[in-house]
Design a protein around this ligand. Structure first.
Ligand SMILES: [Zn+2]
Length: 161
């Protein structure tokens, strides 16, 4: 391999990925077959045209319709779309848990976060904390639904949802 080849080969992950997070990719929808997840993100260069990024769930192949992708350059969207999809799938899993399971799951995650921090594993701790934050958000939303009901009420159906 010549030095020119190395110099012109695009990097697998662009430096711009360091400036962004998966949370900037907003889940839009799945295709009709449920195989491709679509995300949207704001375009810095074209504020009137949001970027659309997709991931094939089974193969994790990614597609993007941004300016960089049009010119066959790697973009931060495809670098983060797998993590964005995992976050969506994780949230759906949390939403399907009942309140007791959600609480138990949150307690376990909190314990694992502390263990990872104590073992000086910041990357693992950060990923676990992300899961813990999602678990907390879903738990709070669920509890808020219950507390917004007029009193007295029968909250059992909501708690089982
Ligand atoms: Zn892109």
């Amino acid at each position: 391999m010549s030095a020119a080849t190395v110099a012109t080969a695009p990097p697998a992950t662009p430096k711009s990925a360091l400036l962004h997070t998966p949370a900037e990719l907003r889940f839009v929808t799945l295709d009709d077959a449920g195989e491709i997840a679509y995300f949207r993100s704001a375009s810095k260069s074209h504020p009137d045209r949001p970027n659309v990024t997709a991931i094939e769930i089974m193969t994790l192949d990614t597609f993007c319709f941004c300016k960089a992708a049009e010119t066959n350059r790697p973009c931060w969207h495809t670098a983060h779309v797998a993590a964005a999809w995992r976050a969506v799938a994780y949230r759906v899993r949390c939403e399907r848990m009942d309140l007791a399971d959600l609480e138990a799951h949150g307690h376990s995650l909190a314990k694992y976060v502390m263990q990872a921090e104590a073992a000086h594993q910041p990357y693992i701790a950060a990923q676990l904390r992300e899961g813990l934050d999602t678990t907390r958000r879903v738990w709070r939303e669920r509890v808020a639904r219950v507390t917004l009901l007029p009193f007295p009420c029968d909250a059992a159906p909501l708690l089982a949802a």
